[in-house]
Every structure is written in C-alpha cells, then in structure tokens.
Ligand binder design. Sequence first.
Ligand code: RIB
Length: 304
Amino acid sequence: MTGGKIVRVLCFGSLNIDKRYLVDHFVRKGETLSSESYQVFGGGKGLNQSIAMARAGVPVWHAGAVGADGDFLIRMLKEAGVCTEYVRVLDQQCTGHAIIQNDKEGDNCILLYGGANQAVTREHADQVLKDFGEDTILVLQNEISELAYIMKTAHERGIKIVLNPSPMDQKIKELPLEYVDYFILNEVEAAGLTGIKLTVDADGVAAAERLRERFPGAAVVLTLGAQGSVYADSETIIRQDAYIVDAVDTTAAGDTFTGYFIAGLLKNSDMREVMDQASRAAALAVMRPGAAPSIPTAEEVRGF
Ligand code: RIB
C-alpha cells in the first residue's frame, strides 16, 4: 500500500436482518413455495465485512443506520470488537432486511429492502468522516445512500477507499470511481462496472488485467467463486485457488473474503499470504449457515 501508514478501518455500510429460508429450489414466477426451515441472522454486506475484519484482528469502526428493531445488530458488532459509535438508530425507519432463499447446494438468492440503510445523510457522513484521515482505509459496498458524497469527502480527507460494488446496479457507474484505491468484485460486478463483457479465461488473469487497464490508479481483486481469485496491481498479478469444501450456505463468503483481504493489507503481510488467508476464511464461511455467524475467527483460519 502506498502513502502513509494505514492503521484502522472505517466501514460505512449496511446492517440487515437476514431472514433465511431453506428451500428445495428458488421460488419461480407465479409459484407458492413452502420452505423447510426459517432462521434469522445478522447480516448486511457492511456488517459482515466489519465483523470479518474485526475477527481477523484489525481495528474497525462501523458507520451506518438501523431502525429501533436493529439493536441486536449493534450488539453483534460490539461483541465482535467493532466500534459502533457512528451507527445511528433512526426511530422513524425500519432496519434493512434481506429475504434469503438457500438451496441444498448452498447457493442463495437475496431480496433486499434498504430501510434505514437508505436513510444515511450527508450530515451523517460529515459527522463520521471528520474524525478520520490518512491513517484510515474506508470500506464501501452498494447498500447505503449518499455513496458518491461519502467517496468525495473521504478522498478530500486523504482516506484510501476500497469499493466492493455489490449489489451491482446502474447507480454505481455514476460514482466517482477514480477515487477508488481497491476494487473487490466478481465477474458480474466487473462487467456491470466497466460495460466490458469479461471473458474469464481458465485462470481469470487476463480479465483482471483488463480491469486494471480500465482503472489504472487502483488495484483489483477479481473473485471467481470456485475458480478462485486474482489480485492485480501495477506491478503484481497473483492467482489464488479457492479451497473447495462442502458448501452449506454461500451467504457472506464474499464478505468474509473482502474483510480478511483488507485486514491483510493493514497487517502489511505478503500479498500472496493475504490472498491465501482471505480464501481460507471464505471457505470456512461457506461451511456454516447464515451471514455474520458464519464468519471465522483468525484462529480458525490459521487452523484450517
Ligand atoms: O453478502 C451477503 C449479504 O447480502 C447478506 O447478509 C444480506 O443482508 C445482503 O446484504
């Protein structure tokens, strides 16, 4: 990582109540489907990534918003060691939530309602960002409001920015992407972001190089599910295999990878080691149900 030393992480991101339904297959248009089980978990890409980074052992502040029904998510962050002073409780909003169908192969499909996540304001962003500067890396996903403003303000304060452009939508293209230092994305997000239909070759390296050319100021991590992942910056390309395990639930596997990758950056470990640890952590996450509870501790990752 170039510039001054980064010692802490600010994740400005979503907090969701995840309602997980185990199904035989994903519900089809016009179909009514009974589910086999129902569980409620803490989730949201922001919360999951904050918990992954804290479990990986780096100092994390989470900023975002919940409704009055979201107290348990704040507790969950605190229990993982995340600082929560910038999480607002908005009494007029409900907490964001996700309806997650999970099939027997461990795959999922997710329906989101943003709720309080979409009530983040510029005033909230200013209140948070004034307390952070060049010693901070900011982690963003696409589940809160005012992302462009947050990115611009953070950039003016010399804060490095990681963008995980998930879930992908048209609004992402309007963000000031030139301020991003690290993109962490899968091939669908990469195609949505660049408009380039990436042909992922056998190892994904050519696709990662094309992304780098499109965003020359940034490093890129392209995640390819069971095909592994690729890291590319101006000097290095690293190809990482996925650890193949029996999948129970893939929810939050990408968030776990992202969290462990960023924690690795802060610890200034060797980049090959960073990619390997992130892949191990993601493999452990898919072996367990749910989002936040599936995220492993650093000790579990070392022992895997
Ligand atoms: O990445 C998984 C997460 O996506 C879930 O926890 C859900 O809340 C959605 O944000």
